[in-house]
Write a protein that binds this ligand. Structure first.
Ligand SMILES: C[S@@+](CC[C@H](N)C(=O)[O-])C[C@H]1O[C@@H](n2cnc3c(N)ncnc32)[C@H](O)[C@@H]1O
Length: 259
């Protein structure tokens, strides 16, 4: 990992993804998931990728490995699952062990920007990861190189409305260190990298629905009152940002059409 990768890993591991906060997120999203909609949403999205059993997929920013496990166990895919956060990878090792650790999953700590594979993958899947990566052109060029011709790229991500943003949203994005795109800007970036965009969807309404279900789950959690209180406050703020319109949630499917 290069110097920047190390610095970013440290930023993630000591900020948004401390071991405790990962475990809190997992309570809400469900076992081995740290992204909107949890397992049910992951299952729907994996099915959108026209892949055959035995195909090799990269899960870029795999988190706790829930999607990688689903891809391997339900869809018979081989998965290279990478994540930059040391805390995430350590917990993902535990989760995969608990789930029976299919031999078809290779889990390792790595930076999406440092993938040096060429024409290796039939598909690349990524859930709510790219918001952490400001170097979007480099990112899509690396992913493009790693895919086989006609390979599929499927990802979801936190997105935004075109600026100007309200103060609350600007402060939130700054505090988290996110780099957010509009759905239209993401489409343009993917196309510039040599993909044909099959789908670029603003799924903010679904994001709000998922978040409301997750908020209802928080009430029922077997957690301390203070954990439940801070999770509920995070989720209420997230729902409000999405309702106010600055925070969006995008889903993208693209196919590699140039060498
Ligand atoms: C919101 S979590 C989603 C995790 C997982 N995709 C899921 O659906 O449960 C975002 C993940 O992106 C990872 N991440 C951030 N920047 C990364 C990078 N440059 N390379 C690899 N992973 C990264 C974080 O460590 C974190 O695990």
């Amino acid at each position: 990992m290069d110097h920047n990768g190390n610095a970013t890993a440290l930023f993630l591991d000591s900020g948004q993804y401390t071991a405790d906060s990962i475990l809190d997120y997992e309570l809400v999203y469900g076992k081995a998931f740290v992204s909107p909609g949890g397992k049910a949403c992951a299952d729907d999205l994996i099915q959108k990728m026209p892949l055959d059993a035995g195909d090799l997929v990269l899960d870029a920013g795999c988190g706790l490995g829930g999607s990688a496990f689903l891809m391997a166990s339900k869809f018979g895919l081989r998965v290279d699952a990478i994540d930059l956060s040391e805390n995430m990878i350590a917990l993902a090792q535990d989760r995969l062990r608990e789930l029976g650790y299919p031999k078809t999953i290779q889990l390792k700590q790595a930076d999406c920007l440092q993938i040096d594979a060429e024409q290796k993958y039939n598909g690349i899947y990524s859930r709510d990861v790219f918001l952490h990566i400001p170097e979007k052109q480099k990112l899509f060029s690396v992913l493009h190189r790693a895919l086989k011709l006609k390979g599929q790229l499927l990802f979801t991500d936190y997105c935004c409305a075109s600026p100007p943003w309200d103060e609350t949203f600007s402060a939130y994005v700054e505090k988290r260190g996110y780099d957010l795109q509009t759905v239209a800007d993401y489409s343009a970036l993917i196309e510039q990298a040599g993909f044909q965009v099959i789908e670029a969807l603003d799924r903010t309404e679904d994001f709000i629905n998922f978040s409301e279900q997750e908020l209802a789950r928080i009430e029922t959690l077997n957690a301390t009152p203070s954990v439940k209180k801070h999770l509920a406050s995070d989720w209420l703020a997230k729902i409000q940002r999405a309702r106010d319109g600055n925070q969006r949630w995008g889903q993208f499917l693209a196919i590699k059409i140039t060498e």
